[in-house]
Ligand binder design. Sequence first.
Ligand code: GDG
Length: 467
Amino acid sequence: MTRLVVVSNRVSLPEPGGASQGGLAVAINAALRQYSGLWFGWSGQSTPHFTGQIAMQRMDGVTAATVDLEEQDVQEYYNGYANRTLWPLFHYRIDLTAFERSYGSGYARVNARFAETLRPLIEPKDLVWVQDYHLIPLARELRERGVKNAIGFFLHIPWPARELLVTLPRHRQLVEALFHYDVVGFHTEEWLAAFRAYVLYEAGGEELPDGRLSAFGRTVRPVALPIGLDATEFTEMLASETAQQSYQRMEESKLGRRMVLGVDRLDYSKGLEERLLAYERFLTDHPDRRRDVFMLQISTHTRSDVEEYQDISSRLDALSGRINGAFAEMDWIPVRNVHRPHARDELAGIYRAADVCLVTPLRDGMNLVAKEFIAAQSEEDPGVLILSRFAGAASQMKQALIVNPFSQEDVADAISRALRMELSERRERWRALHKGVMEDDVVAWRDAFVKVLQDVAKPRKVDNAAA
Ligand code: GDG
């Protein structure tokens, strides 16, 4: 069987309860399990000097190979180019985008170091699958070191409109790097269309009759494949003792009130301030319904070394404090603002106890929280999903209440509608959403991508044999 080599910025193997695993890590674990794969990336540790020493660890059929990065690499490549340049720009936040030359060189240096360290681990028949915006130049670096394997790339965040991307110094270089891959994947047709538009109208490329794009003297196959949940893992987790206990605990603490839930990494792309303001608008517009509802917003800290993330944390705390100060009564608090991270099984129980889930990012590649909420609901009495039209998930989850997260009025009206919705309508919407979440899961995503990669690998082998 073909071995799959997955490369991502961070490698994180599962722990009991999955406390530290984000959506991508869970997805990669699921993707690799069936392929006895190798997962390569940064350990999350830094050292004074880069040594390239690989630490190997094996768990559940997955081999993890990690390297430490130099402190300067972490600053320039990870906190810098990845999180202060590409992340904000690709999420349409040009106002927060930092253009610093040292960041660009740190990004190039780490991609070269990754390639140098990874190259000896790659065997001739391996399929190599690179994840996300941290590693766009990796295929070029691997090719320069003689790697001939099929290499695919998947972008987990949106691809920005051409008009935004051209504000990035050396944007052509970045896009050209993607043409060293055989396959480039996006979550939605919308992100793919934005990429195609850049290639055709900015880079002077063309679309071939078979759908491949040609530019910079190379071709690449673009695909739109939405990521999903590890549905089996999630269902099992939901049935666990911990999930049941956290569900019970949450139900008891609701005191018969309805719970509006938000679960996010604390990130400006998730629209958290806009969400709280919309909820405040709902409270203002519906004084009679205030005491029947409360909001639980779980927003866990990430990327705390980056200044913009410290700012948003304090703004959010100030805003929830203000709303509570203005509306709370001695026996009712409108917002529970929680930063403590929860284990995944604990979180599953919280999702189940929610009546409404607010997923209102201003821009999001996909958003797995929307899918987790739907997977956790009961068929007898399901809750309602309110979903931003700017999340990739909106292209699949059409039976959610779709909102414009920039409009407080729109979101406040959706909260009101969700809380009033009849059981029959809730069930009808949930059934359709649940079917999609269970069918289009992470296994379907992985298999579809690997199949495209395998297909490009075949002609490559024929070429090699002929040479
Ligand atoms: C990127 C893209 C795309 C949250 N709080 C806790 C916790 N979480 C978990 C959620 C979910 C994950 O974090 C968040 O995943 P998202 O998909 O919503 O967002 P990003 O982290 O920004 O992911 C996104 C994704 O990549 C995959 O392609 O969908 O668009 O931005 O799984 O449950 N997990 C635990 N404790 C918490 O307190 N254990």
